[in-house]
Design a binder for this molecule. Structure first.
Ligand code: NIG
Ligand code: FE
Length: 404
C-alpha cells in the first residue's frame, strides 16, 4: 500500500455504480486525499475545477475498487495433472482422499522458498490489480504446520506492504489434515488451537480465521473448537461451508457472529435463516463451481428473499479455481448463478467489504475511503457482460492514483 497524499481530484459526467446501484444521472465526483469528498449530479456542480484540483476528465463508469474477499493466492506448484484426472471422471473428493488435491499443494508450498512463493503470488496479484482489485483477502492453508502457516501469512502481509493493494489475511490452518497427523484430525486441531492460532494472533499475522468444514476436511465439532480459539483471541471467523455436502457450517458460523459462509452450494433453509439473523454474508464462488463442473447452484433466490448480502469472489487457488481474473467472476456469477449485473457488482464491492468487516470500503459515498476505479465502458452492466482485460482507465487506492 502506498502512503496517502493530499491531492484533490475531480471527474466529470461519469456513470457511478455506488456499491449497490447505478446512480440515475451523470455525476461529478471529487476526492480529497484518502477520502471521497463529493458525489453530486453534474448539472448541480460547476464543471470548472478550482485551483489545486486535478481534472481527471469526463465519461466512463466509476465503481468502488473491486474487493476479492476470498483467495488462496500464496501457493507453490500447480495442479494441471489433477485437472486432467477430473476431466477423466475422478472427483475432487476422491483426489483428496488419495492424498492429492490440497495436500499436493501443501508439499509444493513447503518445498518452495519464500522468494519463489512471493514472486509467483505477486505476479498473480498484479494481474488482479490491473483488473481493478484494490483490496484482496489472502488465506494460508497450504502450510499446515506452525512454521509454514505463519510463513504463508508473512508472505501475504509482505504482498500488501510492497504492492499497490490492500491485503487482509486469514488463517486457514484447518484446511486439511496434514500428513504428520494422518488419521488424527483432532490431534491436528489441538495444534491449530493451542499453537498455530495463538501465534498468528500474537504476531499480528491474521485478520480472521477460516475453516474447511467437509467430509474430506474437518467436522462440525472440530470447526467449533477452532472458532472457540478464534473467539478467545478476538479474531472474527468464516467458513468454507456446504461446498460438497450439507455439514451445518453456515449455521455454526452465524452462531459465532461470523463474517461469511463461503461456497454454500448445499446450504439449507435453516442455514439461510441463521445467516440472515446474524448478518453473515454469503460468499459466492462461481470460479470453483465452474472449474469443478458442479451442477447444484447456491440457493440464490432464497438468499435474496431472506435479505442475506451476497458477495462474489474468485477463490483464486491452484485446485478448484485457478483463475486470476476478478471481472470474469462478475460474468460467471450472472451466467452460472443468475445474479443480475448490479448484484454481481455489489458482490465484488459493498458486500465483499462487509464480508471482510470493512465498512469504509466498497461504496462510493462522501467520507468513504477513496478506493475507486474508472472504466472505459458505457454502463456498469458491461463489466459483467463482456470478458475483456484492459478496460481500466483509472484506479485510486486511498486517494493515490495507481493506474492511469
Ligand atoms: O475454496 N474447498 C476448499 N478449499 C479451496 C480449494 C483448495 C484447493 O483445492 O487447493 C476452495 O475451493
Ligand atoms: Fe477457498
Amino acid at each position: 500500500m502506498p502512503t496517502t497524499d493530499t491531492t484533490r481530484r475531480l471527474w466529470r459526467d461519469v456513470s457511478v455504480f455506488d456499491g449497490l446501484s447505478t446512480l440515475p444521472e451523470p455525476m461529478t465526483v471529487i476526492t480529497q486525499g484518502p477520502c471521497i469528498e463529493t458525489i453530486a449530479p453534474s448539472c448541480e456542480l460547476s464543471a470548472e475545477p478550482c485551483a489545486g484540483t486535478i481534472d481527471m476528465g469526463s465519461g466512463g463508469v466509476m465503481t468502488p475498487g473491486l474487493i476479492d474477499c476470498h483467495t488462496h493466492l500464496v501457493f507453490g506448484g500447480q495442479r494441471a495433472g489433477e485437472f486432467e484426472s477430473r476431466l477423466e471422471g475422478v472427483s475432487y473428493a476422491e483426489i483428496a482422499r488419495q492424498g492429492g488435491g490440497i495436500l499436493g499443494t501443501v508439499k509444493a508450498t513447503r518445498d518452495a522458498s519464500d522468494e519463489t512463493l512471493y514472486d509467483a503470488a505477486a505476479k498473480r496479484l498484479m494481474a488482479m490489480i490491473d483488473d481493478g482489485v484494490t483490496t484482496v483477502e489472502i488465506k494460508s492453508g497450504y502450510g499446515l504446520s506452525v512454521e509454514h502457516e505463519l510463513r504463508m501469512l508473512r508472505i501475504a502481509r509482505r504482498l500488501g506492504n510492497e504492492l499497490p493493494v490492500r491485503v487482509t489475511t486469514t488463517l486457514l490452518a484447518a484446511h486439511a489434515v496434514p500428513p504428520e497427523f494422518k488419521g488424527d484430525p483432532d490431534g491436528y486441531i489441538d495444534l491449530v488451537c493451542q499453537e498455530i492460532l495463538p501465534r498468528a494472533s500474537r504476531e499480528g499475522l491474521a485478520d480472521a480465521v477460516d475453516v474447511f468444514c467437509e467430509n474430506i476436511a474437518f467436522d462440525l465439532d472440530q470447526c467449533r473448537r477452532v472458532f472457540e480459539a478464534a473467539k478467545a483471541h478476538g479474531l472474527p471467523v468464516k467458513a468454507h461451508a456446504e461446498q460438497l455436502s450439507l455439514m451445518g457450517a453456515s449455521r455454526l458460523t452465524a452462531q459465532y457472529a461470523g463474517l461469511s459462509a463461503d461456497h454454500i452450494e448445499y446450504l439449507d433453509d435453516a442455514g439461510i435463516d441463521a445467516m440472515a439473523a446474524a448478518g453473515c454474508v454469503a460468499v459466492l464462488l462461481p470460479g470453483a463451481f465452474h472449474t469443478l463442473r458442479e451442477t447444484r447452484c447456491p440457493p440464490i433466490a432464497a438468499l435474496r428473499a431472506a435479505g442475506v448480502p451476497m458477495a462474489v469472489s474468485s477463490d483464486a487457488n491452484p485446485g478448484t479455481s485457478p483463475i486470476f481474473f476478478p471481472t470474469l467472476m462478475l460474468n460467471l456469477a450472472c451466467t452460472l448463478f443468475r445474479l443480475t449485473p448490479q448484484e454481481a457488482l455489489a458482490g465484488m464491492t459493498r458486500h465483499a467489504a462487509q464480508a471482510l468487516g470493512e465498512s469504509r470500503l466498497g461504496h462510493l459515498t462522501p467520507g468513504a475511503t477513496a478506493d475507486l476505479c474508472v472504466w472505459n465502458v458505457e454502463s456498469p452492466a458491461e463489466l459483467a457482460y463482456a470478458v475483456q482485460p484492459g478496460r481500466l482507465r483509472h484506479r485510486l487506492l486511498e486517494g493515490v492514483l495507481t493506474h492511469g
